[in-house]
Design a protein around this ligand. Structure first.
Ligand code: ADP
Length: 639
């Protein structure tokens, strides 16, 4: 599949999110979630364990307090039955009279004072109060009909009458204990003792204990908090409400329900409830959680409920939650730090390993390269030796070639040279013959003039052979040459080839009549010039107008000599082959095709060059560029 370039285009930098940043963000979020989770779990665990511990402790407290409540109640149970033993009471019940009533009133007053109860009184079987300990008080209920009271109804039937209620006359709450008084196995009346139980409440308040006792109707009759007193712990049905109202058990109390803000059962007799705390007016109610533990009280239909505040537990759970979250964070940080350290160590180890590997690899490569270099060095040395040998061979071959070239030129010129020598020889022969005859005749003037001419001819022949000998001599690389001498020698050597036609030679290289010195062997320079001038002469042949320009130009460290003719020039297809060995356009033995090749190689051997130009005006121009010799030192110039 091929992706279009547009699809491969990089996302703009602003939109790219570095993966490292994303990882860190995710890690932070994960950490926060874990911390919250751990805190939440810590909170609930701590709370569960705390509640369990509180419940165990509460169980003991409940037991202790239940026993205290039971003993407080049972303390008075014997009291009403005691009245059965009193004869005055019995007589009053059997045959009531004012005198007997007063006696019993006095007795009950004394008894009540000693037992610390609220009131002690005796009722006949119809429920009317016959005598009472509070007969002196205005709120006395002497003569009142209390047959509606449940404790009377129970006691008159021979059952123990237990009743908590609010006095219908006094409006004072109390615990009523009633006992059916018997005579000869028959119930003749009912004795009632009303006791106060608020000492229990005071004891709870002093001990900062929150507790309440609910009676058989579910009405709180005793409470450490007065606000909860006479409230129903569970909803009361309309029938119950009506029954209770009729019995006046709680006088005219509204019997509101004790409404917890929340309630949650935790087990048998244990629940978690929250009540609104009483606060100053205008302030929102604050919910306080309690652990409510309830237990029935022995010998009564009542229940004792102990309320243990869970505030401390909440606080402890909260601190445990924070501790758990912090511990987790610490652990996570330790883990992250450990992981980072592990990564750093791993990276370092990997880097060290990679370094070692790279080092080994490098050493291996160095060894290989060294071996390679040694091999190539040996190869190069061998090559250098070969090259040196080849150069020596080449130089020898070049020398041989130069020599051969020179000999070839001489060979080419041999006919002309022979012709050139034959002419003076023939002249010499004629002149010598004539001279002999003139001497015989005594014409000494003519003879001496002939001898003069003979001398000149011999000189000329000597010059020709001398220059030939000099040209044929072996030459060396290096050395210094005089340009004037070289041109003269070349022209002299080529004189026999100059032909019959007029030849105009322009010598423009002379510089203020001073000789020009060039850094090349004299013979070699002559040979180059012989080749170039001979080619020019050959090209011009027997044409009418023959011009040869020898012009020079000083170019600083070098000197440029141009040999130009006004011959026919060189054909374009021949131009590229000019400097190739054995390229010639000359017929038969006239051309060898080595002249330009040799000349160029002689110029190059002297660090010079030979190039060809084809002027638009016609003819051919060869440019010979040669270095000038290094200037002589001042001292040597004076010597
Ligand atoms: P050769 O003279 O033996 O032929 P050269 O190497 O000296 O060998 O010259 C090669 C050829 O270059 C000649 O045959 C000739 O055709 C051409 N040539 C050289 N110089 C000139 C010139 N001045 N004018 C025209 N042609 C030339």
């Amino acid at each position: 599949m091929q992706c279009s370039p547009a699809r491969l285009r990089a996302v703009p930098p602003a939109l790219t999110v570095k993966p490292r940043l994303v990882r860190h963000l995710l890690l932070t979020v994960l950490m926060l979630v874990l911390m919250l989770g751990c805190g939440y779990a810590g909170y609930h665990l701590s709370k569960a364990f705390g509640i369990r511990a509180l419940a165990e402790n509460g169980e003991r407290q409940l037991e202790l307090n239940a026993r205290a409540v039971e003993s407080e109640i049972t303390k008075y149970t014997y009291l009403p039955s005691l009245l059965e033993l009193n004869d005055d009471v019995r007589r009053l019940l059997q045959t009531p009279s004012a005198y007997r009533r007063q006696r019993v009133n006095d007795y009950l007053e004394g008894l009540n004072g000693r037992s610390g109860s609220l009131a002690t009184y005796v009722l006949d079987t119809s429920g009317r109060v016959l005598a009472t300990s509070n007969w002196r008080e205005p709120s006395s209920f002497l003569g009142e009909d209390l047959s509606f009271r449940a404790y009377f109804q129970d006691a008159v039937q021979g059952k123990p009458g237990r009743f908590y209620g609010i006095g219908s006359t006094t409006g004072e709450p109390g615990y009523y204990l009633a006992h059916g008084l018997k005579s000869n196995g028959r119930i003749i009346g009912v004795a009632v003792v009303k006791v106060r139980l608020d000492s229990l409440e005071q004891r709870w308040q002093r001990a900062r204990l929150e507790a309440y006792v609910s009676d058989e109707n579910g009405i709180i009759i005793l409470s450490s908090d007065p606000a909860r007193r006479l409230k129903a712990v569970h909803p009361l049905g309309p029938n119950t409400r009506e029954r209770l109202a009729r019995s006046l058990q709680y006088h005219w109390w509204a019997l509101e329900e004790l409404q917890p803000l929340a309630r949650r059962a935790l087990g048998d007799g244990i629940e978690q409830v929250s009540f609104a705390a009483t606060r100053a007016a205008g302030q929102a109610p604050e919910a306080i959680d309690y652990l409510a533990q309830t237990r029935p009280l022995d010998d009564t239909p009542w229940h004792l409920t102990l309320l243990t505040p869970l505030q401390d537990q909440h606080r402890a759970a909260m601190s445990h939650a924070i501790l758990a979250a912090v511990a987790l964070a610490l652990l996570a940080f330790l883990l992250i730090a450990w992981n980072e350290r592990r990564k750093v160590i791993a990276t370092r180890l990997a880097a060290r390993e990679a370094l070692e590997q790279a080092n080994n690899e490098l050493e291996r490569k160095i060894t290989e390269r060294t071996a390679d270099l040694q091999a190539s060095n040996q190869r190069l040395q061998a090559e250098v030796r070969e090259r040196q040998q080849a150069e020596t061979t080449l130089r020898q071959a070049q020398d041989e070639l130069v020599q051969a070239g020179k000999l070839a030129v001489i060979g080419q010129m041999s006919t002309s040279i022979a012709h050139e020598l034959n002419q003076p020889l023939a002249a010499l022969r004629t002149l010598s013959g004539n001279t002999v005859r003139f001497l015989q005749r005594g014409a000494l003037d003519v003879a001496s003039s002939n001898l003069q001419t003979i001398n000149e001819l011999v000189d000329r022949m000597g010059k020709i052979t001398g220059s030939l000998r000099a040209f044929a001599r072996r030459s060396d690389a290096g050395g210094e040459a005089s340009l004037n001498q070289a041109v003269d020698a070349a022209l002299l050597l080529l004189q026999p080839r100059q032909g019959q036609r007029a030849l105009q030679i322009h010598r423009d290289y002379l510089h203020e009549q001073a000789d020009t010195r060039l850094a090349i062997d004299q013979i070699r320079l002559e040979q180059i010039l012989v080749n170039l001038i001979a080619n020019a002469l050959d090209a011009m042949g027997e044409q009418e107008d023959r011009q040869l320009w020898l012009s020079g130009r000083d170019e600083g460290a070098r000197y440029l000599l141009t040999v130009r003719d006004n011959g026919p020039g060189i054909a374009p297809d021949a131009r590229v082959h000019l400097f190739e060995p054995f390229f010639t356009t000359k017929p038969g033995e006239k051309g060898l095709g080595l002249g330009l090749t040799l000349s160029a190689s002689l110029a190059a051997a002297a660090s010079g060059s030979l190039t060809v130009q084809h002027p638009e005006s016609g003819g051919t121009a060869f440019e010979l560029s040669l270095p000038k010799p290094a200037p002589h030192r001042e001292t040597s110039a004076h010597e």
